[in-house]
Structures are given as C-alpha cells and as structure tokens.
Ligand binder design. Structure first.
Ligand code: HEC
Length: 143
C-alpha cells in the first residue's frame, strides 16, 4: 500500500524529468555557443595580428583589464572541462571524457600566460585549444 502511494506520487516527476533527456542537443548547443565559445574567444582574440591598410595591428591586450579578460576566459575553459565531463553529457564515453580533459591543462597554461602577459605563449596555447575543440567535434559534432 505504502509503495503504491509512493509510486503515484513519484510518477508525475518521472514524466517531468523526461524532457531533460530529449533536450540533450539543446543543452550542448547552449554550453558550446554561450559558455565555451565566448571563453575561447577571449584567448583567440587576444593573440596574433590583424592586417589593415595602416599595417599590422597586434591583438595583444593593452592594459591589465584586457589581460584580466583573458584570465577570465581561461578560467571558464578550465571549468568547462569538468562541465563537459558531467555524466549526463559524457554518458560515460571514454573518448568524450578524454577530449574534455584536454581543456583543463590548456586552460591552466592560459591562466599562467595571461598573468605573465606572455602573448607568444598564449598564441601557442590558443592553437592547442583549437586542436582540442576540433578533436571532439571530429567525432561528435553532427555535420
Ligand atoms: C567533449 C567534446 C567537445 C569539446 C571538447 C568541444 N566541443 Fe564544441 N561541440 C561538441 C558537440 C557534441 C557539439 C554539437 C552540439 C549540438 O548538438 O548542437 C558541439 C558544437 C559546438 C559549436 C556549435 C554550437 C551550435 O550548436 O551552434 C561550437 C561553436 C562549439 N562546439 C565550440 C567549441 C569550442 C570553441 C571548443 C573548444 C574550446 C569546443 N567546442 C570543444 C562537443 C565538444
């Protein structure tokens, strides 16, 4: 009797939780587009040069505020490593976990480079970061 009542109470919650699983793609889209990409752009848009009519312009931050933005982006990259490994996202897939794990050390190196205002190191770290994104997308991003 007791367990039947519990079941009847819990049943609506079961149906309420179903959309969480069917909305997996939506969840990944948001994480990628609104969390990971803006963070990575803090790093990519702070390194290298752009060519204009006036010549080469360095994208290196000009002040502490600019470098702090890079530190902030790098911290988000570190956090995204854990966030991607959450069980409902990794689904226990070993390669997914390995790809996600690449982001943490890269993020840490980026924090160190940004704190040292080392734009050459940051450029290389940005390239490594890009490779880590692509490694996972090659396997898991639907065409
Ligand atoms: C562990 C795997 C994994 C890693 C690492 C990863 N991604 Fe993704 N990314 C995905 C998957 C899966 C999708 C497809 C999501 C979907 O269904 O829309 C995706 C999609 C995207 C999209 C398209 C989003 C959309 O739906 O419009 C962008 C942009 C993106 N990722 C950026 C990045 C960047 C930048 C990095 C690295 C800093 C990165 N991703 C690292 C798995 C990953």
């Amino acid at each position: 009797m007791r367990s039947l009542r519990d079941l009847l109470i819990l049943l609506p919650f079961f149906f309420l939780s179903l959309p969480l699983f069917t909305e997996e793609d939506h969840d990944m889209h948001d994480l990628m587009a609104h969390f990971i990409t803006p963070a990575a752009e803090k790093i990519w848009e702070s390194t290298g040069f752009v060519i204009t009519e006036e010549g080469e312009i360095s994208l290196e931050p000009k002040d502490n505020e600019g470098w702090n933005e890079v530190v902030f982006g790098a911290q988000v990259i570190i956090e995204s490593s854990y966030s991607l490994k959450r069980l409902d996202r990794s689904l226990g897939r070993e390669d997914w976990i390995a790809f996600s794990s690449l982001l943490e050390p890269i993020g840490r190196q980026a924090v160190i480079a940004a704190e040292a205002k080392d734009s050459e190191a940051l450029f290389q770290i940005g390239a490594d970061l890009y490779q880590a994104c692509v490694a996972c997308h090659n396997v898991y991003m639907k065409k």
